[in-house]
Design a protein around this ligand. Structure first.
Ligand SMILES: Nc1ncnc2c1ncn2[C@@H]1O[C@H](COP(=O)(O)OP(=O)(O)OP(=O)(O)O)[C@@H](O)[C@H]1O
Length: 362
């Protein structure tokens, strides 16, 4: 992989724990459950690709293949489980369900997104009217977004995203809602973005839109990158897959999907890490030890653990014991030195002897 990229993802995986209850989630966070007691689903099983400055990359694939997961990781909405993600620039994501705060009005959302993007109040004021014009949602701009239809939300989301001048625009199925006029406005805006040399990631089930807008396409298939390359080639391979798939019986289709999902449930990230290390050792003529070290750094170097580590667990336990000790020292009325030298004194509190002491304890 070269260093001349705008976005790079390398060996990215995403694991979801399929909790059956809230208490299971809590005990798992404190790392009190055995890792294999909760089913794990690997939404991404090791994805690597790059996007160059000014390129429009399409993401295609069947429902649930992992397109939104990877675009959400790139836009920083969710963290990856392993792997390296480098995004050189500000991203702005337009997705039907992401980005807008539902309790705020349209106008408040414009301000919030502008501030989050690092715009000043003056810069936000300068683009505010353009956003309102583009979204064309009338007086609804002063209403909470939760009262909008999905089409209106999508229009506002798109309008904000393209006007706050991001380097990288990520569009996740946002053009599938809305009427033809708005759709055409969006296409024009995306084309303008392309002319300005901005980088675009375009997630869509509409192969026509993908063919029209994308320079290259990545086909994500049940958590894997099945193919990446020239738009025509990848789209035609995907069309062939879809048409062959449709020719299968319902039972065959179901079995295929279940088989793929089972592989995602059984995915072994440690085995995958070993495989990558082995590959690295061969490709870069490294010793096994050095390849393992580099691979481990690549996998976990920039990932924060989502669960409590053993060290934090012990630190919290120690803090709780110290707090209980001080609480008992205060209640018992003994000095700290006495309590340390004779811990049993903690359960024998000092009682007031004189009348004045009793008065004091009342
Ligand atoms: N929070 C979650 N918990 C558990 N599983 C999840 C979660 N979010 C996504 N998944 C699973 O991860 C897989 C990938 O989902 P994702 O939304 O990325 O797919 P997609 O390709 O964007 O699908 P679609 O085309 O339907 O939008 C799916 O099987 C989905 O069920």
């Amino acid at each position: 992989m070269s260093e001349d990229y705008k976005i790079k993802v390398e060996n990215v995986t995403k694991e979801y724990d399929l909790y059956r209850s809230k208490s299971e989630k809590l005990t798992s966070f404190f790392n009190l459950t055995r890792h294999d007691s909760v089913p794990h689903f690997w939404s991404l099983k090791g994805i690597s690709f790059e996007v160059k400055q000014g390129e429009a990359l399409g993401l295609i694939g069947v429902n649930g293949s992992g397109k939104s997961t990877i675009s959400n990781i790139i836009s920083g909405i969710i963290p990856q489980t392993t792997g390296f993600v480098d995004v050189r620039g500000d991203t702005s994501i337009v997705a039907i369900s992401a980005g807008l705060k539902w309790s705020l009005t349209g106008l408040e959302n414009i301000r919030l997104k502008g501030l989050m993007q690092g715009l000043t109040f003056d810069e936000i004021a300068a683009v505010r009217d353009d956003i309102i014009d583009f979204a064309d949602i009338g007086d609804f701009i002063d209403q909470p977004v939760k009262d909008y239809s999905s089409g209106m939300r999508s229009r506002l989301g798109f309008a904000i995203a393209v006007h706050i001048n991001p380097d990288i625009l990520i569009i996740d199925e946002a053009l599938s809602v809305g009427d033809d006029t708005f759709y055409q406005k969006c296409l024009d805006k995306i084309q303008q973005f392309k002319k300005e040399g901005k980088t675009i990631i375009f997630v869509s089930h509409s192969l026509k839109q993908v063919e029209m807008l994308c320079d290259r396409v990545a086909w994500i298939h049940f958590g894997d990158l099945r193919q990446i390359g020239d738009t025509k080639e990848v789209v035609s391979a995907y069309r062939k897959f879809s048409s062959d798939f449709k020719k299968k019986t319902a039972k065959e289709r179901d079995e295929y999907q279940k088989g793929k999902k089972q592989i995602q449930l059984n995915f072994d990230v440690n085995a995958y890490e070993k495989e990558v290390a082995q590959q690295k050792a061969n490709d870069m003529s490294l010793t096994d030890r050095e390849a393992k070290r580099q691979t481990h750094k690549l996998f976990y170097g920039e990932v924060l653990p989502s669960k409590m580590t053993t060290t934090s667990k012990w630190l919290i336990l120690a803090a709780v014991i110290v707090m209980i000790f001080f609480a008992m020292v205060t209640i018992s009325g003994h000095s700290i030195t006495k309590s340390i030298s004779d811990p049993s004194s903690l359960v024998h509190p000092v009682y007031p002897k004189s009348q004045s002491d009793k008065q004091h304890f009342k």
